[in-house]
Design a protein around this ligand. Structure first.
Ligand code: GLU
Length: 444
């Protein structure tokens, strides 16, 4: 069987870390099995879908390294949906209903008051042709429901194991609204059939949809895909992540300096039996990936964990991986600079601080002028290398008798104006003799 999966966001907002996790799981599944990864834009809700969000979603996927093999949008597929609707009407699996939202609401309240589940009572099935004409003469437009068969729906979920949903717990789903527009429940099945989707990997908020959609797949007489429902991510507050929480959007995280591979690594390992760990490239994640490793329990997303992974990733990145971005930032220190400071950054933007420390101006902190004057007298002549710091401090130690913190801290403070920072062995040759002398300048 050819593996073909899809990621199907609605372009009604930017994707957040929770959606991105669905995309990552689908992408990895496709790559693991030599399959295809499709982007489907669920844009049948014309009022809320925008071109800007559609473009934003593609940009986010590309940036994450999850570029789709193929993409399409539901609004381009209306003719296919129309054709399938005709088939379902002909086989009497779609029936016209005329209840207003208020009438449906009253029915549900009555059922609940009697302790019954609020399942649609199928009153519309008993309407006569005259009833229908009368409603339409009143100006009511029909919405259309799919007639479910009254039997349990079962499937083997690749994450949740065997699943069974009772038929009498489900309302016949509305597939077409009164204004003639289609609902996702329907269009998704038509697309999955026509695209030949082999596996549907999505959040567990869709489990009830799956029960209904399996009956629609069967009514269309086609193959039913294999399903896998992953648990949902919770925010640090234990609440679900909302699409509109901008700070956790992929765009927002990128803006905040989080690396794509930190996000992808977290999304791929969170809630699995593997340790959460950062990977520098996709190959390792594909290698380790297995849907069976995913736990059914909800998973907490902690931004601090993401930041820690981000820092860890940066600490190991070679210069070539960041060269272009450093150049864009106007940081020209080359591999020597990157290797000297990468262990001291949480986000790439943090290099700015260390670049300023190298290039100055720096307000030197000098408490003991005599000590600094002795250090100046021991300063080696150029050219300088990463060995120069050891030579210099060895000579200063000899000359002043100081060692340990008493030796190093005043030099660090004088050279950088700070108490902490990257190893001075790496920074010293970048700062260079001229700037060192300027900073150590002893006032008389
Ligand atoms: N548009 C749906 C969503 O974003 C797609 C669900 C699915 O994968 O079928 O939740």
């Amino acid at each position: 069987m050819t593996v073909k999966v899809r990621f199907a966001p609605s372009p009604t907002g930017r994707i957040h870390i929770g959606n991105a996790r669905t995309a990552v799981l689908n992408w990895l599944f496709a790559r693991k099995h030599g399959g295809r990864f499709i982007l489907r834009l669920d844009d049948t809700d014309v009022a809320r879908s925008t071109e800007e969000y559609a473009l934003g979603i593609r940009e986010d996927l590309d940036w994450l390294g999850l570029a789709p093999d193929h993409s399409f949008r539901q609004s381009d597929r209306l003719a296919s949906y129309d054709a399938v609707v005709e088939r379902l009407k002909a086989s009497e699996r779609l029936y016209a209903c005329y209840e207003t939202p208020e009438e449906l609401d009253r029915k549900r309240k009555r059922q609940m008051a009697r302790g019954m589940p609020p399942v649609y009572d199928r009153a519309a099935l008993t309407l006569t042709a005259e009833d229908r004409s009368r409603y339409e003469a009143e100006g009511r437009l029909p919405h259309w429901r799919f007639l479910l068969e009254d039997r349990p729906v079962t499937w083997h979920d690749l994450i949740r194991g065997p699943q069974s949903v009772r038929g009498d717990s489900l309302s016949d789903p509305v597939l077409i609204r009164g204004d003639g527009t289609y609902l996702y429940t329907f269009t998704s099945v038509v697309d999955d059939v026509e695209e030949g989707i082999s596996h549907v990997i999505r959040g567990e908020d869709h489990v009830t949809n799956t029960a209904v959609q399996i009956q629609i797949f069967e009514a269309l007489g086609d193959h039913v895909p294999t399903f896998a429902h992953h648990s949902l991510l919770l925010g640090a507050d234990g609440q679900g992540l909302s699409k509109r929480s901008g700070a956790l959007s992929i765009a927002g995280l990128r803006e905040a300096g989080i690396e794509a591979m930190a996000i992808v690594s977290l999304a791929a390992t969170l809630g699995t039996s593997d340790m959460v760990a950062v990977h520098g490239e996709m190959g390792e994640l594909i290698e380790a990936f297995d849907l069976e490793k995913l736990s059914r329990a909800p998973v907490r997303f902690d931004e601090r964990e993401l930041r820690a992974l981000n820092a860890k990733l940066l600490h190991s990145l070679p210069f070539e991986a960041v060269a272009a971005r450093l150049a864009e930032m106007g940081v020209s220190g080359g591999p020597e600079f990157w290797e000297a400071v990468r262990g001291n950054v949480e986000t790439l933007a943090d290099v700015r601080l260390w670049w300023d420390v190298v290039t100055g101006p720096v307000t030197a902190v000098i408490e003991d002028q005599d000590f600094v004057a002795a250090a100046v007298r021991s300063l080696p002549s150029e050219p300088w290398t990463v060995e120069t710091w050891r030579e210099w401090t060895g000579a200063v130690k000899e000359a002043t008798g100081r060692k340990g913190k008493a030796l190093f801290m005043p030099l660090r403070q004088a050279l950088t104006g700070l108490e902490h920072g990257p190893e001075l062995a790496g920074l010293l040759p970048l700062i260079g003799r001229e700037r060192v002398l300027e900073r150590l300048h002893v006032k008389r």
